[in-house]
Design a protein around this ligand. Structure first.
Ligand SMILES: C[S@@+](CC[C@H](N)C(=O)[O-])C[C@H]1O[C@@H](n2cnc3c(N)ncnc32)[C@H](O)[C@@H]1O
Ligand code: SF4
Length: 453
């Protein structure tokens, strides 16, 4: 690159970044790269199998359980409600089959699994036998690393005493509980039909039972929620002795019930300025109460964390199983879902089952990563997490991070977002981490990236 080109690159990056920050143009939370908006139709299951062939070392497993027994007003995750028990059973059998086919060409003896995550939807709707059967297959095929995290998420009304006992017996060491709110009226407003006391009780029970890593999710900016109420939520949140809390700003999408509500009564929702004020308060409050910020949305007490998240941000290969799961191999990311031509979740599940019935890996969209995108993935995700390790970057790519990302490092330091002594975002930088990440997307990915409603 010539000196002139380098100056142009710095200028472009700085202009883009500061425009977004000054105009309060906030970007969605980034937890992977390329984003799903860059996926395009692709049914090359041969490519999928080949791209796993060369993988060695630690990987993550993600199992998507797309079933819920309530549809929340804010949620556009890939889920379906009130499905018969038989369908869940058929689906779990399909997951087992997908696992067997996907691992056929892997060099399983050279791979260790250091995180297994059952995500959803509401995985706690699964039976003991269903969860146990899946874990058994995984353990039969792979060595688990010594401190492997085995986690699942669930809603309070599907985590009774019996479920806690079962997941402990199965060896789960992390449970993430979707609390959303400690307030009865707000819960009802969100379409969550159980009492607020149940959420508190569930957290207490999980901690008391000795599950080593209990997390819960809260959402702020729910229509009708006051700042005073949110402060009270935070005061409650820090009292349980669990290691991590995940705090999401309400994301309003057209497809969700709140999307329709927003069109009629936008004044009931936070403005970006209010959202920033609430977020800043949250950061300060949690820091004063011994939680440090890990990503834009996750907070942990000393020694706390989450292996699955760490793996995502470290860019480990992930084998995703299930109708809406994404898989990340070093050079190809893929999913059974098709973001480009969306269809109903029910249909995607039916197609998933049908393709597996035919003995093939269900893949319908994906994105390939060349060397530049691989570097970008590494740089962006590590920057947004605990910082880029210069030594590790050099070992992997045979060049210093400055060679490709010097323009960004210069601009981030100049504007007070990055430490001078290392490649970590400082407190100010962390606040804008999604905007910073989005400005680092390659031109190709920026062009491809479609925003989902
Ligand atoms: C799979 S759910 C967690 C488990 C369980 N299904 C539940 O809701 O209790 C994942 C989390 O994503 C968050 N989430 C989903 N949609 C959201 C949105 N539109 N805005 C903010 N957070 C959202 C919620 O906090 C939710 O707990
Ligand atoms: S928030 Fe959880 S329970 Fe509610 S619809 Fe989404 S995944 Fe299901």
């Amino acid at each position: 690159m010539t000196v002139v080109e380098l100056f142009e690159q710095k200028d472009l990056f700085e202009t883009r970044l500061m425009e977004k920050i000054n105009n309060r143009h906030y970007e969605p939370y980034i937890y992977t790269y390329p984003p799903k908006g860059a996926f395009r139709p692709n049914t090359d299951s041969e490519k999928v199998q080949q791209s796993w062939r060369t993988v060695r070392g630690p990987i993550s497993l993600y199992l998507h359980i797309p079933f819920c027994e309530m549809k929340c007003s804010f949620c556009t995750l890939f889920t379906t409600v009130n499905q018969p028990k038989e369908l869940i059973q058929t689906y779990v059998k399909a997951l087992e089959k997908e696992f067997e086919i996907s691992t056929t060409l892997m060099k399983t003896s050279s791979i260790t699994v250091n995180s297994i995550y059952f995500g959803g939807g509401t995985p706690t709707l699964m039976t003991f036998e269903q969860m146990g059967g899946l874990l058994k297959r995984i353990k039969n095929k792979f060595r688990l690393s010594e401190n492997a995290e085995i986690g699942l998420e669930g809603a309070p009304n599907s985590i009774g005493d019996e479920k806690i006992r079962e997941i402990q017996e199965l060896g789960f060491n992390r449970l993430s509980i979707g609390i959303q709110s400690f307030d009865e009226t707000l819960l009802r407003n969100m379409g969550r039909h159980y009492g607020a006391a149940l959420g508190i009780e569930t957290i207490k029970k999980a901690v008391k039972a000795g599950i080593p890593n209990v997390n819960f999710d809260l959402i702020y900016g729910i229509p009708g929620q006051t700042f005073g109420q949110w402060k009270a939520h935070l005061e409650t949140a820090v009292q349980f002795g669990n290691k991590t809390i995940t705090i999401y700003p309400l994301v309003v999408r057209d497809r969700a019930a709140y999307g329709k509500k927003y069109k009629i009564a936008p004044e009931k929702f936070l403005t970006p300025e209010e959202g920033q004020k609430w977020y800043d308060f949250t950061l300060d409050y949690l820091e004063q109460n011994d939680f440090s910020q890990h990503t834009l949305v996750t907070f942990a007490r000393r020694g706390g964390g989450n292996q699955h998240e760490e793996n995502e941000f470290r860019g480990l290969p992930t084998l995703g199983l299930g109708a809406g799961a994404r898989s990340y191999t070093p050079n190809f990311h893929y999913t059974n879902d098709d973001y480009f031509e969306p269809m109903s979740n029910q249909k995607v599940i039916e197609r998933y089952l049908a393709v597996l019935g035919g003995g093939r890996i269900p893949v319908f969209s994906g994105v390939s990563l060349d060397e530049d995108e691989t570097k970008r993935r590494y740089f962006i995700l590590n920057l947004l997490f605990k910082g880029v390790d210069e030594r590790d970057y050099l070992d992997r790519f045979d060049e210093a991070p400055e060679e490709t990302f010097g323009y960004a490092i210069y601009v981030l330091r100049k504007n007070g977002f990055m430490e001078q002594k290392n490649l970590q975002l400082n407190e100010e930088g962390k606040k804008f981490s999604s905007v910073i990440g989005a400005c680092l997307f390659s031109e190709a990915v920026q062009k491809l990236n479609i925003r989902y409603k």
